[in-house]
Design a protein around this ligand. Structure first.
Ligand SMILES: [Fe+2]
Ligand SMILES: [Fe+2]
Length: 341
């Protein structure tokens, strides 16, 4: 069904009543198994379906047409998966929403929450990458993080419409950094693809080799894309973005140490080095110039923001756990040749 869904998005197919019935039955059954019965295969199937639907919404016609992307059936399939997933997430994170701080205490509360969460640089994968990992192991970690890092600028861009005043200015500044302040070879996506090419990973690997992505990374990127493509979820996405900017500098310091230990040059590490400095500024700006003004105006939105913080921390924790296990136990060929396809 996933292949059929892919054709439905990208090919000039006329969608019939029969297609409609079989896709609705399939997505409802997969959503039930994935998000209610916790079945791992169904989770992967659901996240792959969502990832394809979201990528279809970013596709440009001169590269990859997404002819039917606005067809009501595709919207309905996406809705069925998202509804079950979001409900499961709500049940999981609700306890965290029971003990929220006062608005004025939010900055220190959220910084403590993010920096003490096990997914952050306390996670054993970071010292392992810094001190022990082979080039292949580093490369596998780096490949798996590709979707979010290559699409990050797009996600910031998707936050801009309908937003005005100070929050818009702050996000535009963040976006301007993402696009290298207008200098093409400083665009973050281009800096990262330099290192990808050096390591033999195609720059579009997050699409061309998407079948190699672990389910947890798909959940992470789909968290961002699902929220970014739904304006109603903007406050939750702001919580997700705040967390990202808070945790990246510490984590990237470990990666830089690991890459340098393996002889990778400073020039190749420009992407990582850039983020150890700009993200500290982004985090403070997001916190004091976007989140705090929102909370002062509408304190009841704190639970949406914290939902984003909590989902982001747990989703990246799950990625770290899975990759630590996979990379340390060498359960995959970390030296795989991406060109052999
Ligand atoms: Fe960036
Ligand atoms: Fe940033």
């Amino acid at each position: 069904m996933l292949n059929h869904l892919y054709s439905l998005i990208h090919e000039p197919i006329k969608i019939t009543h029969q297609d409609r019935d079989s896709f609705i039955n399939w997505s409802s059954a997969v959503a039930q198994r994935a998000f209610i019965e916790n079945d791992q295969d169904a989770k992967l199937e659901a996240q792959r379906a969502l990832y394809n639907l979201y990528l279809g919404r970013l596709a440009v016609p001169w590269e990859k047409r997404a002819i039917n992307v606005n067809h009501p059936l595709l919207t309905e399939i996406q809705f069925i998966f998202e509804q079950s997933w979001y409900e499961a997430e709500r049940l999981k994170h609700e306890p965290k929403l029971q003990s929220l701080p006062q608005v004025e205490d939010f900055p220190s509360w959220v910084q403590d929450y993010a920096s003490n969460h096990y997914s952050n640089d306390l996670h054993p994968i970071f010292p392992f990458l810094a001190k022990e990992a082979s080039l292949g192991q580093m490369r596998e970690f780096f490949f798996q993080e590709t979707p979010l890092e290559m699409l990050f600028g797009d996600i910031v861009g998707l936050m801009l419409p309908g937003l005005y005043g100070l929050p818009k200015m702050e996000l535009v500044r963040n976006y301007w950094d993402e696009v290298g302040c207008g200098v093409e070879n400083r665009v973050h996506r281009n800096l990262r693809s330099q290192l990808m090419q050096y390591l033999g990973i195609p720059a579009d690997a997050y699409i061309s080799h998407a079948d190699l992505l672990i389910c947890e990374e798909l959940e992470l990127i789909n968290l961002y894309l699902g929220l970014a493509l739904n304006r109603e979820k903007l406050t939750q996405l702001i919580g997700v973005m705040l967390t990202t900017e808070l945790v990246i500098p510490g984590q990237f310091n470990y990666l830089i140490e690991g890459w340098k230990r393996l002889g990778i040059s400073d020039a190749m590490l420009a992407y990582h080095m850039e983020h150890t400095t700009v993200d500290e500024v982004h985090a403070q700006d997001l916190l004091y110039r976007i989140v705090m003004p929102i909370l002062k105006d509408a304190p009841h939105l704190m639970s949406d923001i914290v939902m984003g913080v909590s989902r982001r921390l747990d989703a990246s924790g799950a990625v770290r756990d899975k990759l630590y296990d996979r990379i340390c136990n060498l359960s995959v060929d970390v030296n795989r040749n991406y060109a052999l396809r």
